[in-house]
Design a protein around this ligand. Structure first.
Ligand code: ZN
Length: 61
């Protein structure tokens, strides 16, 4: 069972930048990984995804 996040992910969800922590609304039909950060140009991650969880774990340790 997936863990619930404290904030509401909603239907669209959120794309985040692993480099500069940019948060943007996920665009329907466009995977976050195919979108790029408007600040630094890095590939975005879907918030709550497997890769996002890895990132959070790295930051905690
Ligand atoms: Zn960025």
């Amino acid at each position: 069972m997936p863990q619930q996040r404290p904030h509401n992910m909603g239907a669209g969800g959120t794309c985040i930048c692993p480099k500069c922590d940019y948060h943007g609304a996920h665009r329907n039909g466009v995977p976050c990984q195919d979108d790029h950060c408007p600040n630094c140009g890095a590939k975005l991650l879907r918030e709550g995804s497997y890769h996002d969880q890895l990132l959070q774990q790295k930051r905690q340790h």
